[in-house]
Design a protein around this ligand. Structure first.
Ligand code: 13P
Length: 252
């Protein structure tokens, strides 16, 4: 049985004070048996990671970074390594988020290096995939998502691939207020699980959590999470307020 996993991607938002307040607000909502029923993580900007980790201690909230660089150390100005993220207490890291692919220009090859480095360094990567609107309209959703997953996981054996969470985030649904319908999302999630079974076998496919992301909100979270292959949500805008984020993870 896959435990639902809801993560908040804060993107380039918040400041030090509001970050701590948000973590405290989320912690207050993560009480009682809800902690046993859902894994909750937040992904703040790099500069607030250390203080968020410290505020999240003993609350049940895990902390993830939004990105990493695959090299161990050296002359890579502005970049952050896996070891640094471990050092400040991160558990998770987003790899290949749509904005990194389409705004910053990251390639599948670079994303694969990041996923690989994250696992080698003991972090749990969340590999983000998803099609553009024109790709969906051209009937290419499956092709695009399959390519991103095959490339993102290239070279990983089953034991290492077990560490990965997949996040399906159709680009046209991110920050637009237009979420994929539960049926549209379920269709792609089922395809992804089938692909994982083909690549790694049934056991990995059944254990891997696949999150949906793209305008997830309190009023659509329940219906999305009821789909058999949707195991959680990766939430942007609605994760920036404790009440809306809590309403989302409480809807599991
Ligand atoms: P929104 O929830 O703001 O659409 O963002 C989704 C996302 O990109 C999470 O990583």
């Amino acid at each position: 049985m896959r435990k639902p996993f809801v993560a908040g991607n804060w993107k380039m938002n918040m400041d030090g004070e509001s970050s701590i307040a948000l973590v405290k607000g989320i912690a207050a909502e993560l009480d009682g048996d809800i902690r046993e029923r859902v894994d909750v993580a937040v992904c703040p900007p790099f500069v607030y990671l250390a203080e968020v980790v410290s505020a999240a201690r003993s609350t049940g909230i895990a902390v993830g970074a939004q990105d990493l660089y695959f090299e161990k150390n050296g002359a890579f100005t502005g970049e952050i390594s896996t070891a640094m993220l471990k050092d400040v207490g991160c558990n998770y890291v987003l790899c290949g988020h749509s904005e990194r692919r389409h705004v910053i220009g990251e390639t599948d090859e670079l994303i694969n290096k990041k996923v690989t480095a994250a696992i080698s360094g003991g972090l749990l990567p969340i590999l983000c995939v998803g099609e553009l609107l024109e790709q969906r309209d051209a009937g290419k959703t499956e092709e695009v998502v399959e390519k991103q997953i095959r490339a993102g996981l290239a070279g990983l054996n089953e034991a290492r691939a077990m560490a990965v969470t997949i996040a399906y985030e159709p680009v046209w649904a991110i920050g637009t207020g237009r979420n994929a319908t539960p049926q549209q999302a379920q269709e792609v999630h089922a395809m992804i699980r089938g692909l994982l079974a083909e690549m790694y076998g049934q056991k990995l496919a059944e254990q891997t959590r696949i999150q949906y992301g793209g305008s997830a909100k309190p009023d659509n979270a329940g219906e999305l999470l009821r789909q058999p292959d949707i195991d959680g949500l990766l939430v942007g805008g609605a994760s920036l307020k404790a009440d809306s984020f809590a309403a989302i993870f409480r809807s599991v």
